[in-house]
Design a protein around this ligand. Structure first.
Ligand code: C5P
Length: 233
């Protein structure tokens, strides 16, 4: 299930910035790129067609969360853009997730956000009024996501083992918060190296600033990719 290319988070504010970044890579090198809300709302759906036209794979990270019918219709639109993977909030419920799957179809992978990694256990208890541990809540949402027929979840690398035990080994765990040894952690709280993420069972790793802000992004990307795949059989 593992994807050999680390997914690069294109956290840029404009089309121009993306073009400048991608121009650094050799023509023909196929990348897996994550388009988040900032870029998508700044550029519109054209960004997806543009990246797909260059031969890249696209994870559209819009984290949809609305009534089932609205999410289903929105997913239908996204399926026409040719995204390879997109996501919803598991908190929208099993019915919403099933509707999302129906709208998107089977071509693209569909994953869910369980608890955002920015949510602390205290916040979850006080604000969401969920009186379990954060980990139990994440596992609960992961099970519901599997029940709804989705392909996997976005999670912290620390949660992968428990999530796979609670669902199945094939259930995709896509993990952000990846930092090569010695890199700046930034605002990420719990980080893991690419090699450790592989050993713990991550299927996809998402890396943003360690590549986009590197003095040489191409070198940084390949170093991370090499570390991610070095022990693959
Ligand atoms: O720059 P950095 O490697 O921290 O970027 C990680 C990317 O993954 C960002 O686009 C961030 O929004 C996203 N992400 C995350 N944690 C989550 C979900 C998404 O860091 N739980």
């Amino acid at each position: 299930m593992c994807e050999a290319r680390p997914v690069i988070a294109l956290d840029f504010p404009s089309f121009e910035a993306v073009k400048q970044f991608l121009a650094l890579f050799p023509a023909g090198e196929s990348l897996y790129l994550k388009v988040g809300m900032e870029l998508y709302y700044a550029t519109g759906p054209e960004i997806v067609s543009y990246l797909k036209g260059l031969g890249h794979s696209v994870f559209l990270d819009l984290k949809l969360h609305d009534i089932p019918n609205t999410v289903k219709s929105a997913m239908k639109v996204l399926s026409h853009l040719g995204v390879d993977m997109t996501n919803v909030h598991a908190a929208g419920g099993v019915e919403m997730m099933r509707a999302a799957r129906e709208g998107l179809g089977k071509e693209a992978k569909l994953i869910a956000v369980t608890q955002l990694t920015s949510t602390s256990e205290e916040q979850m208890r006080d604000f969401q009024n969920i009186q379990t541990s954060l980990q139990e809540s994440v596992i609960h949402y992961a099970k519901k996501t599997a029940e709804a027929g989705l392909d996997g979840v976005v999670c912290s690398a620390q949660e992968v083992k428990l999530i796979k035990e609670a669902t199945s080994p094939d259930f995709i765990c896509l993990t952000p918060g990846i930092r090569p040894s010695g890199a700046a952690v930034g605002d990420q709280k719990r980080v893991m190296t690419p090699a450790d993420a592989y050993h713990i069972g991550s299927d996809y790793i998402v890396v943003g600033r360690p590549v986009t802000q590197a003095p040489d992004p191409v070198v940084a990307y390949h170093a991370i990719k090499d570390e991610w795949t070095q022990d693959w059989k």
